[in-house]
Design a protein around this ligand. Structure first.
Ligand SMILES: [Zn+2]
Length: 437
């Protein structure tokens, strides 16, 4: 049993309060009280919040940071560069790259990651001896970095509304939805660690034929289900041409819209799409730093939430890994879009980055500092050059702090070593092994 004393901590509905004593037994919180620091308690000085949930990650995209930002073009030209890295990965190099990326996440206060995983197979699409070798590498990397992980195993069968996968895309495809389902149910059965959830993903309505959407959605009935949705206008246009409806409508008809679904991006939606996602109480996973980097557009976060959807957040391509930036970007993007301020409160954004995010990943007992929850405690400096004089409240955590202000991370009861130099070396080494030139 370890006792922590938080100088000031966020207790959800009670807000930020001074002097919080947190008892941790193993991986979970057993007691939360208020008061002075007990003798022998580990002191967490600053603002302590629950661990962040990074709900949408492609770990290998971290290798593209700084290497694609000078490009012209759009999402589709960026994707060609991304495919080049994908084609050079194997279970060993991916383990090293995912471990370095997850270590970067851990030192920023992320304690659980939703890994949207589609690079399944070897060269030309040939399965490895263990068809889940890549998935096991990613899970092992998260464990080593101290993160809980929801491996969202993505079904990818088509390069676009029936077109056959080409080149590296063949490594994403299981050929048929039945082969995908057999592989992912085997993976789910193999996993016994409570810090690991295996979920399913529809890569997109481009990549899974409409007749197979229901089979993907029903493969792991109790697990999270994620889908890339309407990130690009071109997807909507192609879907309308092929099916006479929007991607959201297509998912609705196939029974995919439920409360366990996370619609990732949800950028270019009609009013009808927003109503469908809201009425089904889906999660809408926004990835603002990637969406701005890829020139995707600004999604209707406020209207989705008003319709009944739950906002969650992810760093997706990892152009930036900083959940403070993801949180504030939701509000700041709405301001740019509407020329009005005050759409999202700081506390609502904190909920998106913590309790709501963890819940969308299948960790229902996480993201809150309360008895019974996973012991995730992230402490933010309250007197850094960025945070000093800001009032030490939710606005400090969301609108002032950056990832560099995180001074202590307890993840699933274990202290994360804030070895930023070591993380930097691990990133350099693992990235130089997989980038060209
Ligand atoms: Zn993505």
């Amino acid at each position: 049993v370890t006792t922590y004393w938080c100088e000031r901590a966020w207790l959800g509905a009670a807000g930020f309060v001074d002097g919080v004593v947190v008892e941790v037994d193993g991986t979970h919180i057993t007691d939360v009280t208020r008061g002075a620091a007990p003798h022998g308690a580990e002191q967490l000085v600053g603002l302590t919040v629950p661990g962040f949930a990074n709900c949408h990650s492609h770990a290998f995209h971290r290798a593209l940071r700084g290497r694609t930002q000078q490009q012209r073009g759009d999402f589709w030209t960026w994707r060609e560069t991304m495919y080049g890295v994908a084609d050079r990965l194997d279970p060993d190099t991916y383990y090293a790259l995912a471990l370095a990326t997850y270590r970067e996440m851990a030192v920023t206060g992320i304690t659980a990651v939703g890994e949207f995983h589609y690079l399944h197979h070897g060269a030309g699409g040939a399965p490895y001896g263990d068809p889940n070798a890549m998935g096991h590498s990613i899970i092992a990397a998260a464990h080593e970095a101290g993160l809980r992980i929801t491996l969202l195993d993505a079904c990818y069968l088509s390069a676009g509304f029936g077109a056959a996968p080409e080149g590296v895309q063949r490594r994403f495809s299981d050929g048929t939805v039945d082969v995908w389902r057999d592989r992912v149910t085997t993976l789910a059965a193999d996993v016994t660690d409570p810090a690991v959830v295996v979920g399913a993903a529809i890569h997109s309505v481009r990549a899974v034929p409409h007749t197979d959407l229901g089979a993907v959605a029903s493969a792991l009935l109790d697990a999270p289900l994620h889908v890339h949705l309407s990130e690009q206008v071109a997807e909507n246009t192609a879907c309308l041409k092929r099916h006479g409806c929007t991607p959201t409508q297509l998912l609705a008809v196939q029974g995919v819209l439920t409360e366990r679904l996370s619609a990732v991006h949800a950028t270019h939606l009609t009013a009808g799409d927003i109503a469908l996602l809201g009425n089904a109480t889906c999660n809408a996973c926004f990835c603002p730093t990637t969406e701005r980097d890829l020139a995707d557009g600004i999604g209707p976060s406020r209207r989705l939430a008003d319709a009944g959807a739950t906002l969650t957040l992810g760093s997706d391509s990892h152009a930036v890994i900083d959940m403070h930036e993801e949180m504030r970007a939701v509000e700041l993007d709405e301001r740019l879009h509407t020329q009005q301020r005050g759409h999202w409160t700081a506390e609502a954004l904190l909920r998106a980055a913590t309790v709501d995010g963890h819940r969308s990943l299948g960790f229902f007992d996480a993201g809150q500092i309360e008895p019974g929850a996973w012991a995730d405690l992230v402490t933010i400096a309250a007197a850094s050059p960025r945070t000093a004089g800001t009032g030490s409240d939710a606005e400090t955590a969301v609108f002032a702090a950056t990832a560099a202000d995180v001074t202590s991370v307890i993840a699933s009861g274990r202290r994360v070593e804030l070895d930023t130099e070591g993380v930097g070396r691990a990133l350099s080494d693992s990235i130089s092994a997989v980038v060209a030139g």
